[in-house]
Design a binder for this molecule. Structure first.
Ligand code: NAD
Ligand code: MG
Length: 353
């Protein structure tokens, strides 16, 4: 029996995770948490709406933490699992992006293992299957390109939250859906890949694959390229992480290969500056990735509330990155300070936008 603590149980990932747990008698929920939405109808010995997630985890003693909280709010739960040698099924990419080296060090010291739930990283994890990074030429993250693929900056000036929320291939929470429209999601995933797989940024590529059938690829030094294909359905990577390494069955239909045409395009870095900004923040290191994430969270919330234009999301983030100090955090408290500092700069910029 694997005891699963599901954080963010009412969200898009959370609800699909409950479906996976219900389908497998060897999985049970020992704790569920949400930010503010009701957990009525979800059965678990420990339930918590809001509040300190690490106290819940202390009480519940899970075998695996599925962190499906959205945003930096998931940080303490991520570190909790890594430090205690508890498996971390990680959907909450923002916590790994923000914590970076601190998270890697917590895992190395405490023994917690990261099992990616993000579909691209799950794909790469499976293509790598424990092979050493020396054999890898590069990792190739695929992006759908989001709802605005192919548009010019002029055509993005007046887009509304409703238009940005209409993702072509995935149905997800609103924050990650906006991140997909700006390509900030791929930016966060680039940094996530760097820390998950311990690979330099120059060895992580991004390619647009509009139908989201190719979940990602790994190029090896001998010229071979391994790809991971499947329908865009998060139940697969959730199930893979929760039942690792046994790859339990899911109810998905087999991939209909004869119906597929696979296209790949280079991403449009000029129209979607959030991707290049992430690479820059990642390469600078320290708390720059944390600042990138924090300013983006503020800007996305403002866009969703109609207080910021779509193109100004990147302006707010670039402005914050230009003004933060970016020095490395020695502990989680300093990380929380770096997050708050970047949020304050983003708020300042919003006030004049
Ligand atoms: P969502 O908005 O649908 O759900 C977020 C969940 O987090 C909700 O249950 C909410 O109550 C909870 N939450 C928010 N703040 C919290 C707090 N302070 N404490 C406890 N719970 C809190 O978001 P989502 O789409 O499910 O995404 C969750 C995470 O998974 C994000 O980091 C996202 O980037 C990542 N992810 C999602 C998908 C997807 O298909 N939805 C794919 C890959 C990665
Ligand atoms: Mg993803």
């Amino acid at each position: 029996m694997r005891r699963v603590a599901l954080l963010g149980a009412t969200g898009s990932i959370g609800r699909q995770a409950i479906e996976i747990v219900d389908a497998h008698p060897e999985l049970e929920l020992c704790a569920v948490a949400s930010g503010s939405s009701s957990l009525d109808g979800v059965e678990a010995p420990f339930k918590q709406v809001g509040g300190d997630l690490t106290r819940l985890l202390d009480e519940a003693e899970p075998d695996v933490v599925l962190n499906a909280v959205v945003g930096f709010a998931g940080i303490h739960a991520t570190i909790w699992a890594l430090e205690r040698g508890v498996d971390l099924a990680l959907a909450n990419k923002e916590s790994l992006v923000a914590a970076g080296e601190l998270a890697v060090a917590a895992g190395a010291h405490g023994g917690g293992r990261m099992l990616p739930v993000d579909s691209e990283h799950s794909a790469i994890y499976q293509c790598l299957e424990g092979r050493s990074v020396e054999q890898v030429h590069s990792l190739v993250l695929t992006a759908s390109g989001g709802p605005f693929r192919g548009r010019t900056r002029d055509e993005l000036r007046d887009v509304t939250p409703e238009q940005a929320l209409a993702h072509p291939t995935w149905h997800m929470g609103s924050k990650i859906t906006i991140d997909s429209a700006t390509l900030a999601n791929k930016g966060l995933e680039l940094i996530e890949a760097h820390f998950l797989f311990g690979i330099p940024y120059e060895q992580v590529e991004v390619v647009v694959q509009p139908t989201s059938i190719v979940h990602s690829l790994v190029r090896f030094r001998d010229g071979a390229v391994l790809a991971h294909l499947g329908y865009p359905d998060m139940r697969v990577p959730i199930s893979y992480a929760l039942t690792y390494p046994t790859r339990a069955a899911t109810p998905l239909a087999p991939l209909d290969l004869a119906s597929l045409t696979l296209e790949f395009h280079a991403p449009d870095l000029e129209t979607f500056p959030m991707l290049a900004l992430a690479r820059e923040a990642g390469e600078k290191g320290g708390t720059y990735p944390c600042a990138y994430n924090a300013a983006n969270e503020v800007a996305v919330a403002a866009f969703l509330e109609g207080r910021l234009a779509f193109l100004d999301i990147a302006e707010v983030v670039a402005d914050a990155l230009g003004r933060v100090d970016g020095s490395p955090a020695r502990d989680v408290d300093e990380l929380v300070e770096a997050d708050a500092a970047s949020r304050a700069l983003a708020d300042e910029r919003l006030a004049v936008a």
